[in-house]
Design a protein around this ligand. Structure first.
Ligand SMILES: Cc1cc2nc3c(=O)[nH]c(=O)nc-3n(C[C@H](O)[C@H](O)[C@H](O)COP(=O)(O)OP(=O)(O)OC[C@H]3O[C@@H](n4cnc5c(N)ncnc54)[C@H](O)[C@@H]3O)c2cc1C
Length: 592
């Protein structure tokens, strides 16, 4: 073993950013521009990160098309989060939104334009004017390819800033010393199968979401929660993992996303009687109520026998009334997706849709500078040297339910904030790299080595499928404590199998079998965190909706969950109800 270790190649950087999505690349741009040496790792070519698939838009109260105010945006986000969002971070995000979006515009992001040259903005679910009075146009859009435009803009800027990209590199584990400081990562170069030690004064996790732990998902195949697995194995808790967003409109049977922007442009949901049922559930916002609300309403319609199709298991999204011009100009990719995956041309026919897993609200706990926070000696403390941003982080601005377009915003606001914070605190950390304990490297090497040497264990694909099926079955739109508890048992059983994975192909070069096996070791941590956290929360809040506990319970549950991998232990911490400069929004009933 020692001989193997000694030969491990090493590289040193000021900062290692794991993930080249919108969050990672917005952060690395700030770092590279400040002259720091920065390495950005990605499992895929940067512009193939899941951010590229974002369709609908990025929110900011620019007020280009209807009167708007960042304070209204803040109110909507707090209410959308079902009061589980931290109000300091939410104020920070909504205030920073206009400048973060204008900055992208100045970077060259090709937004759609109004006739007067300003950025085009469409309505989106849960975004309102004057504290819930009526829908507002807040989603800044580049047709239905906003994420694509954003990611390419950020990549080009990073290339110009000389960010060093490590493409098709998979980070494996965090390196920590006795004091718990994070000193970099171990990483696998896929092309050679070689493992490297990447030392860093600061490490940033920007690994995106883990929606692939469900069978039906809008997420890219690479969204396996690697950053969450790395944090969990390093003893860092995961926050609010019971809260997962089901997007109301995944193409039935395929899972591919149809953006909420369709309803923003005027599309409506119909049941089998041709009724626009959202008028009954949300009289003011109707089809543009927040996602948890719309998903549950759809589920209810299907359950009560008003679903469409031979099996009554989907509803219809009608947009033909918008006309071919609007569809071709504002929603061209949606038309393509509907034709390819739903077998319908939306200019003529409605699209069959079902709620599909889409987004994780929880993640690695951070403050609004992106610094990872964990309880230590009875206090919530910064984990030295570690930041988390984007979907893998819980800042927490989305609380129990995220509003559409607030994620792309979260990426650029907190990507930039973390970058600034790292640059500002860099002089203090100017010291040479701290020594990395061999034990920390050994832990990671042993993990890979054991996997490598095992023969005749469980097949990766079988374990992956078992996770996806168990999550689909036990952790859906509507949940019960009984079902979730069975989910905990099922996932813990699968975890035993995951600890015994093996793969036949032991070759080094571009061995995807090895990569998939390593991904499953991360997925299982996310599934454990989710089921365990969910089974403990005996209330309905945001996306966590229990049939047997239908009410929100602020007395007992206005608090964040913290889950630890070791022993699957739970802990809790208060929600930050105090914003930075304005008055707090106290909890109230959530109607739309
Ligand atoms: C189909 C779809 C449409 C969406 N539309 C919208 C929208 O219109 N508006 C909105 O606000 N939000 C939208 N969202 C949500 C939003 O796009 C995502 O939350 C966001 O893009 C996540 O960005 P990220 O930077 O955190 O991660 P990602 O863009 O997912 O990037 C993760 C990066 O981490 C890398 N990575 C992961 N693991 C490792 C590892 N072990 N080693 C090295 N690299 C690793 C990946 O290669 C990738 O580069 C949408 C999401 C989906 C799925």
């Amino acid at each position: 073993m020692a001989a193997v270790k000694k030969s491990l190649p090493r590289r040193r950087f000021d900062v290692v950013v794991v993930g080249a999505g919108g969050a990672g690349m917005r952060c690395s741009l700030q770092l590279a521009n400040a002259g720091l040496s920065v390495a950005v790792l990605s499992k895929v070519f940067p512009t193939r990160s899941h951010t590229v698939a974002a369709q609908g838009g990025v929110s900011a109260s620019l007020g280009n098309m209807s009167e708007d105010d960042w304070y209204w945006h803040m109110y909507d986000t707090v209410k959308g989060s079902d009061w589980l969002g931290d109000q300091d971070a939410i104020e920070f995000m909504c205030r920073e939104a206009p400048s973060a979006v204008y900055e992208l515009e100045h970077f060259g992001m090709p937004f759609d334009r109004n006739p007067d040259g300003t950025i085009y903005q469409r309505p989106f679910g849960g975004h309102t004017a004057n504290f819930g009075e009526k829908p507002v146009q807040r989603a800044c859009a580049a047709a239905d390819r906003t994420g694509h435009a954003m990611l390419h803009t950020l990549y080009q800027r990073n290339v110009a800033a000389r960010t060093q990209f490590f493409v098709e590199w998979m980070a494996l584990d965090l390196l920590r010393n006795e004091a718990g400081d994070v000193l970099g990562v171990t990483a696998l170069e896929m092309e050679t199968g070689e493992i490297y030690v990447l030392e860093a004064k600061t490490t940033v996790l920007a690994t995106g979401g883990a929606g692939r732990i469900w069978a039906a998902s809008t997420n890219a195949f690479i969204n396996t929660g690697d950053g969450l697995g790395m944090a969990a194995r390093a003893g860092i808790p995961l926050q609010d993992m019971e809260f997962w967003q089901f997007h109301p409109t995944g193409v039935a049977g395929a899972g591919v996303l149809i953006t909420e922007g369709v309803r923003g442009e005027g599309g409506i949901l119909l049941n089998k009687d041709g009724e626009r049922f959202m008028e009954r559930y949300a009289p003011t916002l109707k089809d543009l109520a927040p996602r948890d609300f719309v998903s549950r309403s759809m589920d209810q319609e299907i359950k009560e026998g008003r679903g469409c199709g031979p099996n009554g298991n989907y509803v219809l999204l009608k947009l033909d009334h918008l006309g071919a011009d609007v569809i071709n100009k504002r929603l061209p990719s949606i038309r393509e997706i509907a034709i390819k995956f739903g077998n319908v041309d939306p200019i003529k026919e409605p699209i069959p849709v079902v709620p599909t897993i889409h987004y994780q609200m929880g993640g690695i706990p951070t403050n609004y500078n992106g610094q990872v926070m964990a309880p230590k000696d009875g206090e919530n403390q910064v984990v030295n040297g570690l930041y988390a941003i984007g979907e893998c982080a819980a800042v927490s601005v989305h609380g129990a339910n995220r509003l559409g377009t607030n994620s792309l915003l979260d990426l650029i606001v907190f990507g930039r904030a973390a970058g600034n914070h790292i640059v500002d605190s860099h002089p203090e950390r100017q010291h040479s790299h701290q020594p990395v304990p061999e034990s920390s490297i050994d832990y990671s090497l042993d993990r890979v080595d054991t996997l490598e040497k095992r023969t005749g264990g469980e097949k990766t694909q079988d374990v992956g499928n078992a996770i996806r099926e168990a999550m689909q079955h036990h952790c859906g739109v509507f949940r019960t404590i009984d079902l979730l508890e069975k989910g905990v048992t099922a996932i813990e059983d699968i975890a035993q199998r995951a600890a015994n994975i093996s793969f036949k192909d032991k070759s080094k070069v571009f061995n995807t079998a090895r990569i998939e096996a390593l991904e499953v070791t991360n997925m299982i941590e996310v599934a454990r965190a989710t089921t365990r956290s969910a089974a403990a929360r005996t209330e309905s809040r945001g996306a966590h909706a229990l049939d047997d506990h239908p009410e929100r319970d602020d007395v007992n549950w206005l608090r964040h969950t913290l889950w630890y991998s070791e022993g699957s232990r739970l802990d809790y911490k208060p929600v930050q109800m105090q914003p930075l400069s304005v008055e707090s929004f106290p909890p109230k009933a959530r109607t739309f």
